[in-house]
Design a protein around this ligand. Structure first.
Ligand code: FAD
Length: 573
């Protein structure tokens, strides 16, 4: 029998430690192992990916490549710029491949892509080996043990998990890697066919990504941001397995923090350092294994002498939430990330603005939209110019750094949807998709549904006040001063409600509260003063309108699969 010639396809697992798929590849005792990354046009052209996440990805790839080379100086991560669906048949042939190995991915697009690749492999006589390693439990197993239903609560995850059995202990990183073999490519690159949304994605400048199959120098190197035509990243957060393992090690070194972590008690206003682990982007790229994280924490908790916190608020509980959203998404496929056709997501007639009966406070007649108003609020929310400093600080932190605390995400998501603007959660999720460095379709869509009370959570009368909520953990407003520097000199009395500041104080503190936020509030200067916009609406009034709208929608009780798009907008069937 000839010895196996293996392609190891890195995707959601940019690491060497605790990789069941990589172990399976090495267990084949291959003659050669090609560690590759294919430049999937789905990611390059179609997904919304901002510069900060691109940089994070390149960091992960560079670090992985260096680590591979440390284990075998002849090897490195081979970046190949072609769609996996067209590339693999050619690679199988060129490199005489016998096995293709990769980590299982249950995202809707990934399943489709992998099915195609597996069919192509079968056709080429190549054996495919797939192992789960992205979540604590295999999402498909979770669904099976949850009566074949999506996991919509933590209890369901815990019950299904108990039937699956103990979460596996992490596997150590390999100590050596086989040679890659001859990497010559004798075939032409197939360029991706531009899609209708191509223009939208060109703004990221990624049209250069496909310059050549093995890169401009023909050496399969990880590209630079410059080479890809991308704007430099603005985030200070950097990726890679080395950084991830160091961050985890620093966290668990603080035994008390690790064992008593309780999410609701962590401050969304904390910065440098933040109050939670900030390990989410590492888990998104798989530069940190979630089982490595889970077991390091669990071992600290087991050995802890004091009273440790428990799921769902504990650190291991946070990982269960992650698994819950993966389980829900795996069961629903594409429909999970939208309202349309989603049987678990409530249909809410978003964009509602003024058609409320002043007497009853209820929606009158047909659902009405006021797109121009909604669009203006949306833009002001997105770019941090709402006139509510807490919301604006968070959105500016998101845009520049790519990460905000979970309760900060709660605040801005509630404000955009059911607790202020009454704008569709999908619009907000799109902004998060572009700007988050930890963007994960399952977690993003699921959490937006939670916050908009369309699924997972239904207490729509509980809204976050942009004034009272941040005061609890940051009475002085330091977080606002950090991200909304126009207000740096403002007294803490007015920091969350600057529109109440007497004009003399506005002048003394070098920032006038004026304008409608249509200009770039961060830069606008008026007669030598900075300016910061007036609030875009009366918050208590909007909260009441939203609650009434939600109440009515809940009474009507429609779900995404009960509604259709008609004349360009959503309508009940
Ligand atoms: P920690 O509190 O330290 O938690 C540890 C880990 O548990 C996280 O790294 C993360 O992997 C997981 N986790 C914690 N909370 C959640 C949660 N509610 N849902 C899923 N996983 C969780 N998380 C993402 O990873 N990607 C997203 O795209 C994403 N979008 C979100 C959108 C909205 C509107 C909201 C409200 C939350 C979103 N979250 C998302 C969940 C959560 O906010 C982040 O995982 C968390 O803030 C990351 O910071 P951390 O690593 O310090 O978390």
């Amino acid at each position: 029998m000839p010895k196996p010639r293996v392609i190891y396809w890195f995707r959601t697992d940019l690491r060497l430690h605790d990789s069941p798929a990589l172990k399976a590849a090495l267990d084949l005792k291959p003659e050669c192992l090609y560690p590759i990354w294919t430049w999937d046009p789905h990611y390059v052209y179609r997904a919304r990916v901002g510069s900060n996440r691109w940089q994070y990805l390149l960091d992960c790839q560079n670090d992985l490549s260096t680590s591979i080379t440390k284990l075998n100086p002849k090897s490195k991560l081979l970046l190949i710029r072609e769609a996996p669906q067209t590339l693999f048949p050619k690679l199988f042939k060129a490199w005489h491949i016998t096995h293709l190995v990769f980590e299982k991915d249950t995202d809707a697009y990934a399943r489709e892509r992998d099915d195609t690749v597996m069919q192509l492999a079968r056709k080429a006589g190549v054996e495919v080996v797939v192992r789960m390693g992205r979540t604590l439990y295999d999402p498909d197993e979770l669904i099976k043990q949850n009566k074949n239903k999506p996991t919509m609560t933590i209890n369901q995850v815990q019950n299904a998990g108990a039937k699956i059995g103990q979460i596996a202990r992490p596997i150590p990183a390999p100590k050596s890697l086989p040679d890659p073999g001859n990497t010559a490519l004798s075939f032409e690159q197939e360029k991706p066919v531009p899609r209708p949304d191509f223009n939208a994605v060109q703004r990221h400048g990624t049209e250069n990504s496909y310059a050549q199959l093995s890169g401009p120098n023909g050496d399969f190197a990880v590209p630079t941001m410059e080479e890809l035509g991308l704007k430099p990243a603005t985030s200070k957060h950097r990726g890679g397995e080395t950084v991830a393992l160091e961050a985890l090690s620093n966290i668990i070194a603080d035994k008390s923090y690790t064992a008593t972590f309780a999410k609701p008690n962590t401050a969304p206003t904390a910065f440098e350092p933040q109050s939670t682990t900030l390990l989410s982007p590492h888990m998104h790229f798989g530069s940190l294994s979630c089982r490595e994280f889970y077991w390091h924490v669990q071992d600290v908790v087991t050995a802890y002498k004091g009273k440790a916190s428990q799921p769902p608020t504990s650190l291991t509980g946070q990982l269960l939430f992650r698994d819950m959203y993966f389980g829900a998404q795996a069961a629903m496929g594409y429909s999970f990330a939208q309202t349309y056709n989603n049987s678990h997501c409530r249909f809410i007639p978003w964009h509602l603005s003024s058609k409320i009966d002043p007497g009853s406070g209820l929606i009158t007649g047909e659902y009405q939209t006021d797109d121009a108003q909604a669009e203006e609020w949306f833009q002001r929310w997105k770019f941090g110019r709402t006139g509510f400093p807490w919301i604006d600080a968070l959105m500016r932190q998101l845009r520049t750094e790519g990460w905000i605390h979970h309760l900060g995400r709660h605040a801005v998501a509630c404000f955009l949807t059911r607790g202020g603007c009454y704008i569709d959660w999908e619009r907000g999720a799109e902004v998060f998709e572009e700007w988050l460095i930890d963007h994960e379709t399952a977690c993003n869509s699921g959490n937006w549904q939670w916050l908009s009370c369309t699924a997972f959570f239904s207490q729509f009368y509980r809204c976050y006040s942009p004034i009272a909520f941040p005061k609890k953990t940051d009475p002085d407003g330091d977080f606002v001063r950090r991200y909304v520097p126009e207000l740096v000199k403002y007294d803490k009395k007015y920091i969350y409600e600057p529109w109440k500041t007497p004009i003399a104080d506005q002048k003394a503190w070098a920032c006038l509260i004026k304008g409608d936020g249509s200009d770039d509030a961060e830069k606008k200067v008026d007669g030598g003063y900075n300016t910061y916009p007036k609030p875009m609406f009366d918050f208590p009034e909007r909260r009441e309108i939203c609650i009434q709208g939600m109440k009515k929608a809940y009474e009507v009780g429609l779900y995404g699969n009960d509604a259709r798009v008609k004349d360009g907008s959503w309508r009940a069937l």
